[in-house]
Design a protein around this ligand. Sequence first.
Ligand code: ATP
Ligand code: MG
Length: 210
Amino acid sequence: MIVSCLNTKGGVGKTTASLNLAVSRALEGRSVLAVDGDRQGSLITALANREWEPAIAAAHYPDGQILRQQVTMAKGRYDDIIIDAGGRDNTALRAALMLADLVLIPFLPRSFDVWALEDMARLLEEARATRDIRALAFLSMADSRGNDNAEAAESIPEGIEYLGTSIGRRKAIADAAGRGKGILEEPNRDLKASDEIRRFVASIYRYDNL
Ligand SMILES: Nc1ncnc2c1ncn2[C@@H]1O[C@H](COP(=O)(O)OP(=O)(O)OP(=O)(O)O)[C@@H](O)[C@H]1O
Ligand SMILES: [Mg+2]
């Protein structure tokens, strides 16, 4: 399954979520290709330094046309492909949108971020003229408590579903990503964080039978 982690808003946790998805699936013994569609190359940089198991294939395609061609060719060779794009509307983001079996949209429980979902809803509507695309928004860097989260969830625009599981704002997750690791590779640093990521990943891949 091809999962694209997208939001035209920057800094919402796309790369961190993509890395954790890739690592989690690889730990389950699946062959994983992680595609970085962001010119900045944060995901490819994180993965480039991995010299340990599980291996995760990684590629950097900031150009949309190349991304589309390469991922289309690679598709049959991997169990899972995860595409991370940059925080703006560009050719790579649009290619990732068109390739995706599932689009994941991380957003923060703050008004500007919730409004940014309208932008994603518009892009999805355009893309759906060509093909049907399932899109799930999830709360990223969420506070562990507070009504903000529930309120944010209610303001998701039409055309985007709400994924009940979220990723909390947790230092251990950011720190692990800085070392090129998913939190499941160092679960003892924060058991709550690793449980959360486990639940998050499971909730996404129950859509694998699409
Ligand atoms: N769950 C989290 N808990 C704490 N910090 C986080 C979490 N997720 C991401 N961060 C931090 O927030 C910042 C932005 O995260 P990230 O780079 O994953 O976002 P992005 O959407 O990919 O950004 P960009 O649009 O620039 O590509 C980083 O410093 C990252 O370490
Ligand atoms: Mg990023």
